[in-house]
Design a protein around this ligand. Structure first.
Ligand code: HPA
Length: 259
């Protein structure tokens, strides 16, 4: 097993890698967003990578997801935990809740989203009924519980184009569609992971109420505060590494049981 951790707006650095080394990986699909940091945590092979680049300059719609995910495959990654900051749509998805989504709806457009593109090979369709890996999600849930965090499972992640946030009407429509949270990066990342046969789960932190959902009295919605988002991201960062370390301990136990 080799685990990749994809950081984003949330989780920009990993501290606990030992024997860490950085690599630039070139792919036939162009350059990935960032260098890949490989090392060990608790004896397990781990790669850290940031989808927005080292200085967080690549917007969600500009990320070369195809190169990023192909590079992880070249590094022989088998499992991926993708960290994302999201907005909360439904009632339980309040700021500072951790969410382990089990479904998604893709509202993005114009992003390269498949390897079945412009080549002469026969088109391969993949099953995507369950876009997120249940084993990893369960381990993340148990890790959050151990850390005393508040979390929700069984949630649908609506993926929007960004980088602007949504209108109130867009969020109403998404809620009507069945979305519980909204973010900008789970797609096409999850689809590439599936095409490349890597197990993929998302660890999301709600950092704001989605547009129109933040009204204290239930009638007038507050505007979304970027200051509040930054504060929640910074609060969430501290716990993210603890959650990941706990997941790695669980994964290590599984690996040693199997040996
Ligand atoms: N919408 C889309 N993406 C987000 C949000 C949001 O409200 N908050 C954090 N990422």
């Amino acid at each position: 097993m080799k685990l990749a951790i994809i950081g984003g707006s949330l989780f920009k650095h990993i501290n606990s890698l030992s024997n860490a080394s950085e690599e630039i990986i070139k792919t036939p699909f162009g350059l990935p967003s960032d260098n890949f940091t490989s090392g060990y945590i608790d004896g397990l092979d781990v790669v850290y990578f940031n989808r927005h680049g080292a200085s967080h300059h690549i917007a969600p719609h500009q990320i070369n997801y195809r190169a990023n995910m192909f590079a992880l495959k070249l590094l022989e990654v088998t499992h991926i935990i993708a960290i994302t900051a999201v907005g909360g749509i439904t009632e339980k998805m309040s700021p500072m809740k951790w969410v382990l989504p089990d479904q998604l709806i893709d509202y993005t457009h114009g992003r390269i989203h498949t390897f079945n593109d412009g080549n002469d090979e026969e088109v391969q369709h993949v099953d995507f009924s369950y876009p997120f890996d249940e084993m990893l999600s369960n381990k993340l849930a148990s890790a959050i519980e151990t850390q005393g965090g508040d979390y929700e499972t069984k949630a649908t992640y609506g993926v929007t184009q960004g980088p602007r946030l949504e209108t109130i009407a867009e969020i109403k429509r998404m809620q009507h569609d069945g979305c519980d949270i909204v973010g900008m990066t789970a797609m096409p990342e999850a689809a590439f992971a599936r095409e490349l046969e890597m197990h993929y789960a998302t660890l999301s932190l709600v950092v704001n109420w989605a547009a129109g959902k933040g009204g204290v009295d239930g009638s007038t919605a507050d505007l979304i505060s970027m200051v509040e988002i930054k504060q929640h991201i910074s609060d969430g960062n501290r716990m993210t590494e603890k959650i990941l370390n706990n997941v790695l301990t669980q994964l290590k136990q599984d690996v040693s049981v199997r040996l």
